[in-house]
Design a protein around this ligand. Sequence first.
Ligand SMILES: Nc1ncnc2c1ncn2[C@@H]1O[C@H](COP(=O)(O)OP(=O)(O)O)[C@@H](O)[C@H]1O
Ligand SMILES: [Mg+2]
Length: 550
Amino acid sequence: MEIVKYLINEFLEEYYFEVVLLIILSLIGSILTTNVITHFNSTLINAVQQKSMSDTILQFKYFVNSRVWMALFVYGYKLVQDVIMTNLKQWLRFNLIKITLKTNNENLSNINFTKLNTPINRLAETCYYFIGDALNYTLPYFMFVFVSVLYFLYQNTEIGIIFLIGNILWAILIYYVWPILRERNINYENNSIVIEQHLVENLNNVDKIVSRGQIEHETMIFDREKQETIDSHRNYYYSVSTTKFAIELITIVTMFVCVGYSIQLVYNGKLDTIQFVALFTLLMVFKERMNASASLISDAIEQLGRLEAIVDWFKPIENKMELLNRKYNQKDLPLEHIEFKDVSFSYNADSEPIFQNTNITVEMNNNKIIGITGQSGKGKSTFTKLLLKLYKIDGGTIKIDNENIEYIDPDYLRKHITYINQNSRLFDKTVLDNILYGCKDQNTCKEYYKQILQYPKIKELYQNVKLETDLAGYSGEKISGGQRQIANIISGLVNPSKILILDEPTNALDKELKMELLDIIRDFKPDKQCIFIITHDKDVYPLFDEQLKL
Ligand SMILES: Nc1ncnc2c1ncn2[C@@H]1O[C@H](COP(=O)(O)OP(=O)(O)O)[C@@H](O)[C@H]1O
Ligand SMILES: [Mg+2]
């Protein structure tokens, strides 16, 4: 739930003014209802009863005025509410997207990010209802009870105390039944999930179920799950309804006692009729609101249950929340010297380590091309990913120019060290936009891009594609694999960063295109402080000034 707490805190901080305004307005609204509206109601009733025409007209004017002003006030209150609520939904989604990206800045979670789409939307929606209910119903309701208690106490201490006790009673009731309701709700939600998962499993294996004659068997399981879901559902709603009924009982008993006591006070001459009618009206309003508010309890419980189920998806993110406010040393580095010292790393706690107390030093200078070679799966790509802080090491240190990269801003590293994996998917933008993605200096990048497109094989490769207008399609499937691969490599070459890392750039390219690509890399060599090429393609080896074998 840490992510939910974080969101609520951030929201309250950002919308501090609006929320405080809403609290104040809600307080004023309650004061107006309790003091002004009930007062003019009762004075009017009283005047009519007295059959005094002039007084009745005067009281009617007050009555009309108070109602019109109240309507205007409610309108203003609604406007403030609308400001908050319309912002809230988008604000929540935006912040969840921001949190997801930022918490993955240094240590990519090993999850399928596409699958986060639904949880992000559901979490945003559930938080929206949760905060919305709190601000729009729970808050005004509590304000109303609070002001009513004060009003009753002010009118008559005994009635005030009776009213207060009535309210304390239902609060105690909720305190006791809350855990039971929660448990029943969780039970019901879990049963719903079981049946949903079973359904997905079945739909994935319909052919098997049919061919193995298991329709009857599976249907029976569904039938049992259905019954369990119905039972748990009923269990939950029975207890909700019973709780609501108990609250209603407490409310009406409170009302009866207050009204009865007021009648006695009227007969004893301690309360006048106007006061009595005012108290009576207010008790009616209280009863109405109480009924409406009782539903809030079941809503809140359901929202909490849903939140708990969804936040499970965000566990990997919740573990990295401190990254949201991380500050780094802002220091310019020559980026010349890499040192891996006793570095240990594995992707998962239970998988084989890729590096174990590994020591590597590399000098990135003199426009060198360094080949990173070694068998598949040895950790060549991982080496560069660790260098760029895409993952956190389990032990040892990685230093660049003697600075521990732990304290270096990852954005700084990635601005100056461009890592290109030719397998990267593309955005559904134009090919040119894909090539220029992440480029810090558009003019320079475009200049280089034009140069590269002069190479005959590259030109031929893209002869069917309008690079500046054709969209690459969802993840780039509208262009060929080779076109995608070269687009990624060009994207790295044109970016005027000091260091370039090309991960297996020549894989699956035909010989002529490959040779031309090697020419291009050679041509770019003077512009780069250092180029790393991860490869096991022997044709690339002549380009190397040095070789780092993993
Ligand atoms: N995101 C990942 N999650 C889990 N294991 C991974 C991940 N990326 C790579 N690996 C594993 O780590 C090992 C090293 O991968 P990699 O650095 O890509 O090797 P190389 O580039 O040398 O072929 C491989 O066994 C690979 O399966
Ligand atoms: Mg690799």
